[in-house]
Design a protein around this ligand. Sequence first.
Ligand code: PLP
Length: 221
Amino acid sequence: MSITDNIQKIKKETDQLQVQLIAISKTKPLEDIKEAYDAGQRAFGENQVQELVEKHEALPKDIEWHMVGHLQTNKVKYIASFITLIHSVDSLKLLKEINKQALKNNRIIDCLLQIHIADEETKFGLDYDEVIELLRSDELADLQNVRVIGLMGIATNTDREKVIREEFYELKTLFNGIKDSFFRKEDSFREVSMGMSSDYKIAIEQGSTMIRLGSTIFGSR
Ligand SMILES: *Cc1c(COP(=O)(O)O)cnc(C)c1O
């Protein structure tokens, strides 16, 4: 199956659903992204700032770029002028830096708070108590150039569907709770970015609004 075939297949699967496909193109060459682009795909995600910047420069300007990997504070400045959505915000410090760079570029940058849902030490993200503390902080209210539009999570890398299902269920439940407590009047707070190639069907079943697919589209890395 070609990249075009893969995209069309996923589009068909998600046709009637309110879920956006983010094509994760990390490590893949420009030609592969171009093929996906020609198949109609516009939202692409990367996990390294340098690669993101290079691809943004080389490819059509109507591509929406998403940052899905761990973002260091000192690198925000390189992507602030063009990034569509940062999925991986995991501290107030990072949010403040995004705000500062967004202000310099005279724009508002949309962000998701990455929640640590996996049963693994190595994955980045905020714990439940940390996200609540961040949302309650007075400093957050002062950040006029960032907009928190939802949550993101990465499930445990396991074959046990029940474990994955529970983690996605918990993320969606947390989203609903945060929505009610902090964003009730903000329609923009509505995204739950969850689901990768191995688990996106479970994620959709649990209420994902954005699936991040790499190998399902581009083949293995
Ligand atoms: C690489 C990556 C993906 C896509 O992974 P696949 O298993 O290839 O679909 C999704 N989300 C994040 C954060 C990633 O780093």
